[in-house]
Design a protein around this ligand. Structure first.
Ligand code: G6P
Length: 614
């Protein structure tokens, strides 16, 4: 791990320098990839799709253009599963497209998987985004005799292009007409049976990789970074015509637009698992390093941020999922230590909440990806009402970073595991730094010490594996925490749900007696977060209450106690800093429980890393 200490930093720096941030809200649940060159397309496409599939992975497919025909293979499952089943990579041809899907329109089945062919099989497309007027177009095309094989909105692009091609016999002209007829947000790549390849971008990400042996079009650098470090970022409203030897880029009216080739870091290709079995495990183990690198703000930036918060009358903090749990800890720290009145907003609820942002308001938006639709919506509502938006994100080229007046980088390197781990502790590290700046009463956190403590906890993982093996057949787990620990309990129960699929719920310890105690019997497992701080006595009472009802107790504490059936030892730190440490063994517990229960921790069922739809 230490040999890679610097690589993420280098990537972030280089990509930042190179990337033209999109100015609109992006959706990139699906990955699209195309290739035209002198190599066989299908193996390159399968490799690229495999690297991008963390964004969407319920089905996959590839199409190639070969000897005046388009060949398509696709299926349901992860890229390697579909490839094992139908040999996607064996399709012949040096021009092709590929796709991984995360279903929005239509069921997860082979018919709805991309690529989609036009009804005469002359054109195939892969698409990311939503075509708003697809029903209208579908009706119109059907009346002209074009037929459809899927429930998707995407398929209309193939038939529309085909109809325009049938009229013009010119692929570029048919693209121009098609682009003038589509409404919605999209990026798509199309191939024609005679070997043409075209790629268009409208409010969805799309870039061109310029390789020695051909060109790539992709929704993500990861699609081609193994093959080239030269990239052209398409702007919104541009499309590219690609052949094995050249690219031409135009606006949607067909006027040529100049383009610039920028270099990205080859090391981005190292976003792999290294020696770890899973990305999630790797990311949990990176935390001693990533918390040290979080923020990376200059003193001036930190001062500026703190000043913006202090001068705002109304301070809000928001996020989704794990980022919301971090936001709650931020709220606790700001209120308790800096005495700042701050309201937390769960992003998906903002539109229904009585929140009145104004020009005296500031919104602190937390999002690992910077692309969660719910968070972006909250940020937009705030901004439209005149509030200032500042963000804490891992992707400085994201839509959220772009719309914020200042964005602080988590700087924790790509987080591939769908369930957030290292981004959570990096968010906390930044919130601690900010709280300290705001009040100065919170002892300056000694992150080196905390980092050492986390390393020690991570070394001693075998007892967590043992506890996880106990949880193999458990159906319910309750996680209790008081004070600041209640938010760690929320995050721990979210991890348990996401990774192990065990039903997990969290409560403040004192709430047990107001209802949840009715659920506790000898089948229940209860995790009590019980460090020896101001919450200790109260949580010890809750522990006795559940123990008396026969529950098995997993105690996480710096103080051993016979009442615990299992004890997860913690080091002793200041009360405020426990969250950074105590979440780590709980992440491992969720991870190993997933392994025990044969769930894939990197790709929990039904979940996506970046939820860019409402
Ligand atoms: C999805 C992921 C969660 C994540 C949440 C917020 O639901 O599955 O792991 O916490 O999005 O993501 P963000 O990128 O905004 O932090």
């Amino acid at each position: 791990m230490s040999s890679k200490n610097d690589w993420e930093e280098d990537i972030v720096r280089k990509i930042l320098a190179a990337f033209k941030a999109p100015k609109t809200l992006d959706q990139h649940m699906c990955s699209i990839l195309g290739y035209a060159g002198s190599s066989q397309a299908a193996p390159l496409l399968v490799e690229g799709l495999r690297r991008m599939e963390y964004r969407g992975y319920d089905s996959a497919g590839v199409a190639t253009s070969f000897m005046d025909r388009i060949l398509v293979k696709k299926g349901v499952g992860r890229v390697f599963e579909v490839n094992n089943a139908v040999n996607l990579d064996s399709l012949p041809g040096d021009v092709g497209i590929g796709h991984t899907r995360w279903a929005t329109h239509g069921k997860v089945n082979e018919a709805n998987a991309h690529p989609h062919l036009s009804s005469s099989n002359g054109i195939a497309i892969v698409h990311n985004g939503i075509i708003d007027n697809y029903l209208e177009l579908k009706r119109e095309l059907s009346l002209s005799g074009y037929t459809f094989r899927s429930e998707t909105d995407s398929e209309v692009i193939a038939n529309l292009l085909q109809r325009n091609y049938d009229t013009t016999r010119d692929f570029k002209k048919s693209m121009i007409t098609t682009l003038s007829q589509l409404k919605g947000k999209y990026a798509f790549i199309a191939i024609s049976k005679d070997g043409g390849l075209a790629a268009a971008r409208f409010q969805e990400p799309l870039m061109i990789g310029v390789g020695k042996h051909g060109y790539f079009a992709s929704s993500d650098i990861l699609g081609f970074v193994r093959n080239t470090d030269e990239v052209v970022y398409l702007d919104n409203g541009q499309f590219a015509m690609l052949s094995s030897k050249a690219i031409s880029i135009s606006d949607f009216e067909g006027n040529p637009t100049p383009h610039q080739i920028t270099k990205i870091s080859k090391e981005f290709a190292d976003a792999d698992k290294s020696d770890y079995v899973h990305y999630t495990l790797k990311e949990i183990y990176e935390q001693p390093i990533t918390i040290l690198r979080a923020g990376g703000m200059t003193t001036r930036e930190l001062d500026w941020l703190a000043a913006s918060i202090v001068r705002s009358k109304n301070v809000y903090i928001t996020g989704s999922g794990t980022s919301f749990n971090a936001a709650l800890i931020g709220k606790y720290l700001f209120s308790k230590y800096a005495r700042i009145k701050i309201e937390s907003l769960i992003s998906s609820e903002t539109q229904f909440s009585p929140v009145y942002f104004d020009s005296n308001s500031i919104l602190i938006a937390l999002s690992q990806s910077g692309e969660s639709a719910d968070v972006l919506e909250t940020a937009n509502i705030a901004k439209d009402s005149g509030a200032e938006v500042i963000s804490i994100t891992n992707v400085m080229t994201s839509s959220l970073a772009h719309m914020s007046s200042i964005s602080v980088s988590l700087n924790c390197g790509p987080e591939i595991g769908v369930a957030a781990t290292k981004s959570f502790t990096s968010q906390l590290a930044i919130l601690y730094k900010l709280t300290n700046k705001l009040c100065g009463v919170l002892d300056a956190p000694d992150f080196n010490q905390i980092s050492n403590n986390i390393s020690k906890l991570l070394l001693n993982y075998s007892y967590i594996q043992q506890i996880a093996s106990e949880l193999k057949n458990v159906s319910d787990i309750y996680v209790l925490g008081n004070g600041i620990h209640q938010y760690v309990a929320m995050e721990a129960s979210l991890k348990l749900k996401e990774l192990s699929y065990i039903h997990a719920e969290s409560f403040p310890g004192g709430e047990l007696k107001h209802g949840p105690l009715a659920l506790i019997d000898s089948n229940a497992y209860v995790v009590v977060i019980n460090p020896g701080d101001s919450t200790y006595a109260s949580m010890s009472t809750a522990t006795h209450e559940v123990k008396a009802r026969g529950a098995k107790v997993i105690g996480i504490s710096n103080i051993p106690n016979e009442i615990y059936d299992y004890w997860m030892p913690l080091p002793t730190v200041d009360e405020a800093f426990y969250p950074l440490i105590e979440i780590v063994p709980l992440q491992l517990l969720a991870y190993y429980s997933a392994i025990e229960r044969n769930a894939n921790p990197d790709y929990p069922r039904n979940l996506a890393k970046s939820v860019t739809v409402k």
